[in-house]
Structures are given as structure tokens and as C-alpha cells.
Design a protein around this ligand. Sequence first.
Ligand code: 5AD
Ligand code: SF4
Length: 448
Amino acid sequence: MNKLDTTLVISALKQAGFALTDSAKEADVVLINTCSVREHAEQRVISHLGHLKHIKESRPDMVVGVIGCMAQRLGAELLEHEAVDIVCGPAQIPQITKLITQTLNQKKQTIAITEKIRRKTTQNESRALEDFESAYDVEDRQIPAQAYVRAMRGCDNFCTYCIVPYVRGPEVSRRPNAILDQIRKLADTGVRQVTLLGQRVNAYKYTSGEKTYCLADLLRMASGIEALEWIRFVTSYPSEEFFEEILHAMADLPKVCNYLHLPAQSGSDKILRAMNRHYTAEDYLRLLTKARDIVQGIAIAGDFIVGFPGETQDDFEATVDLVKKARYKNCFIFKYSPRPDTTADKRLADDVPLDVKKSRNTELLAVQEKISDELSAGFLGKEVKVLVEGLSKKPHLDSAQSDGNPQLIGRTATDYIVVFNGPKSLAGQFANVKITKTSPLTLFGWLM
Ligand code: 5AD
Ligand code: SF4
């Protein structure tokens, strides 16, 4: 979601005549797009601001803006930081050009955030966000031939640990036509893969007259766009609602990638209840079985939080057990980080010591790594189709066999990362790669 917002902001600023620079030292305007989901992400922003304060000492005219979730969460408090000139929440990014111009001209601090973040979005706000969204500019994509498209904003789920409902506001599904027009426009300009975004994208629901559209409908309609080749969606929430319809769409529609990101968060029913997740470990595993029955070869990824308040060794063991049973392609594992004003923070003590959180994190990663390694090994000797993203940053392969070609990175429809040597010109195109070596998170091979 943040990457998409960054792209939209860059696009808007370029249209307004600004040019991008990689160096903060050279910039007239520095924007930091922020995430509030864990404290660590916020601490990094504060440390960036400290660095910018130093630069500003010699360049007092430089304008610094904090945009996104942290801006919404902290509001005016951020303006007290010596480096900060602009504070702009996620719902206000359509105003970013105006805010910057004002600040540059008038040399005074500006703030634009939503006063009451949980009240219903007004029509004017929705319209501003829609207009901004559809101004998406093709030049600014970081990965060629790929784009994110928002299906939904906000979240109403209120998992007790999560800040998102308080910074991104109420859940709103965008109009199907707005989404499809945008995808069509992107496909016309060379985009081959779109990823539909939502905090619970599988809960997408839009009623127009007699008809209620769900994510499966969006996938079906998007599949009809000829130039588009791959369609993904993230993130899914473990619930029965629409689940089978979406999986059938995945199984039936060749363009829909067989990949599901379905965070479980914990394997302990007690912790799941305390997290307000509305399912048990058994319910969750039943969903995975259903997904694997309906979609052959589906790859599933998960998220877990370790060290949630009250998590005992037994609760953690239940999580380990779930990870072993789930056989994820990969997992994202986080140490619980109390977020101000969330229910967990208000009602529950952060009582799992940091060293226990760390050791549980390491242990769970090791369990998952073994599974990932086994699943990756199954690709040895096979040929896979990838969408090439560009140059791979790290040296992985034997350069003697490269034919002078650089190392490229691509992804399969099931989200496996594949590294191979090939011409740079392949970026943004599909390629077939024969897998000759595997590791838990990366496959290596030769271009066919
Ligand atoms: N502490 C740690 N991890 C969190 N996540 C969300 N909120 C928190 C928190 N307070 C994790 C969840 C979610 C992912 C995006 O971030 O696992 O799926
Ligand atoms: Fe946060 Fe839960 Fe909403 Fe995901 S579903 S964004 S974890 S409140």
C-alpha cells in the first residue's frame, strides 16, 4: 500500500514539474512516506529526520514532509521536530503538491490529516482520492511492466494489535469500473502484471443496483483485458466469506496467479481470540486444505506475530505446530510491537520479554526455512516461467558461465524468486528458466 502511495505521489509531483533526485543533500523537497505498523519502522523515520535536520542546518530552505500512516498517527506532534515542515496523512496525499507549493512559498509549516479517522469518508474525500488514483503515471514504476492497483482502502477488522484501522480509516471498496479502467489504462501502456491491493482484499464487496461484486468478479473482469497477463491480489484474511469463489476464479482463470498470502498470526486459539481474529487454528488449516484442493500447485505465504501479550511456551508451540502443518512457501515473522491506542496496548501488558520474542522469532524462522528449502528443492531440474524484474543486486551465480550477461531476477506466478543470467533487455518480459540450484528463498537457473 505504501509503495503504491509513493508511486502516486512521485507521479503527481512530476506532473507538477518536480524532478526526482536520489540524494537528499541535493533535494529542495524531501518526503518520507511512513509506516506505523511496528515501532521499529517509526524509529527509523525519526532517525532519518535527525539526519535531515543536520542537512537543513546548511540548507534551511529545504522542505521536509512526513506523509502516510505516521503522519496520521502523530499529527501535530511531528511538527515539533525541527526538521519537519509538512505533515500529510494517507487520505490527504491528493493535496501533496498544493501543500509543498504553499510551504515553499510561505515558508511556514503545514498539516493535513483526518481529524476523526474512523468517521465515514465523505464524498468529496472519496472523489479526491479517486481522481488522484486514476492520475497514476506510467513512468514512475520501480519494476517494469508491473503495477499495484488499490481495490480497497482502510480496514474495519480491528485485530487488537493493529494500528491500520486507526491510520487508514474505515474499509471502503472502490468502484469496480474505476479499478478496471485503471487496469486497462495500465495494460495499454505496457503493464503485464497488476497486483490488487487491500488490507483484506478477499473481503472486497461493492454493491451497485441489484449486483454485488466480490473479488472473484474483479478477477474475472480483469482477466478479460487482453494485454494483461498476470493478476495477483494481497492480502487475504482467513475467512469463509467469498473464499471458495475466489479460489475457483484462481483455478479457472489462467491469468490469476496461484498464490495466496493468508496471514494466520498465531497457532494458539487463546491468542487468536485475544487478537480478535475470528477463527481457530483448525478453521485456518481447513481453509488451507480447501485452497489446495481447489487450486493445484497453489503457493501459500503466511504472517505470524510472536510474543503477543500472554503468549506462553505452549501457545508458541501451537504456532510452531501450525507452521509445520501449513507448509508455507514462505512466512513473514514479526515480534509483537505494542502500538499506541490499539486494544491490545490499552488492555494487555506487553509481558513477553524481548529475548523470548527474539528466540521464538529465530526458532519459527528455522522451522519455516526447512519447509521452504524442501519445497524449493522440488523445482530442481524443472522449467519455470518468470516475469523478469530487472538486475539482481547480489552476486549469486558462477560468472564464468554467464556469457557476459548480467544476473537478473524474476518471479514465478507462485511468487518464487528466480535468479539467472540474461540480457538486461529482458526486464519487464516473460522468460523461461531451467532450475539448476535451489535455496530456501531463491531458485537459480539458466535462461532457456
Ligand atoms: N506488532 C508486530 N507485528 C504486527 N503486524 C501488524 N501489527 C503488528 C504489531 N503491532 C504484522 C502482522 C501483519 C503484518 C503486516 O504486520 O503480522 O500481517
Ligand atoms: Fe490490521 Fe487485522 Fe485489518 Fe490486517 S485485518 S489491517 S491485521 S486490523
